[in-house]
Design a protein around this ligand. Structure first.
Ligand code: ZN
Length: 190
């Protein structure tokens, strides 16, 4: 089932996610719904906060974007990033290994808004997946950017927090409008 995506201005986006300790049937359904929601919006990553759940859970599938390369290393050996897609990350921990690099980012909670964000070019990731397996890999390029963007969500951090002042200033009117529209919609729902 496709779920509504929480937009900027919804307080859930600022909540740190609780650790996931058990993969229950309900969680499996939530993961399936998150993939369906992400695909419907042509996204490559979605965090639990974006569908209204403060959990350490994100889903990623970078395969729809073919013009921005990714790298993957499994046990220190190069591997095909597509081989680990789609990716479910529970309780992920990310360690930067590469130098910061600027790149364009968008976010399903900020429709039609994009900005250049600096992030480490590659990262080491450890997490568990929905089968209870431990995942450990090093990734670079788009996949590293996507993982970092999503793991930020799990800690209540948004991509606008990592924009430089000039970029955020350029987007300020749109951000204020979006925030006001979200708050008004939430008030109507109550
Ligand atoms: Zn996002």
């Amino acid at each position: 089932m496709k779920l509504p995506v929480c937009k900027y201005g919804d307080p859930i986006l600022r909540k740190k996610g609780a650790l996931v300790t058990e993969v229950t049937p309900e969680l499996r359904q939530l993961i399936a719904d998150m993939f369906e929601t992400m695909e419907a919006h042509h996204g490559v990553g979605l965090a639990a906060q974006q569908i209204g759940q403060a959990l350490q859970l994100t889903v990623i599938d970078i395969r729809p974007i073919e013009d921005r390369p990714s790298t993957l290393e499994l046990d220190g050996k190069p591997a095909d990033p597509k081989s680990i897609m789609p990716l479910v990350l529970l309780n992920p921990v990310v360690k930067p290994v590469g130098a910061p690099e600027a790149g364009s980012e968008g976010c399903l909670s900020f429709p039609k808004l994009y900005g250049e964000i600096e992030r480490p070019e590659s990262v080491d990731v450890t997490a568990t997946n929905d089968k209870g397996e431990t995942l450990s890999f090093r990734c670079g390029g788009l996949l590293a950017r996507c993982v970092q963007h999503e793991v930020d969500h799990l800690h209540g951090i948004l991509f606008i927090d990592r924009m430089d002042r000039a970029t955020k200033e350029d987007l300020k009117l749109d951000l204020d409008d979006l925030q006001a529209a979200t708050k008004a919609a939430l008030k109507r729902k109550k």
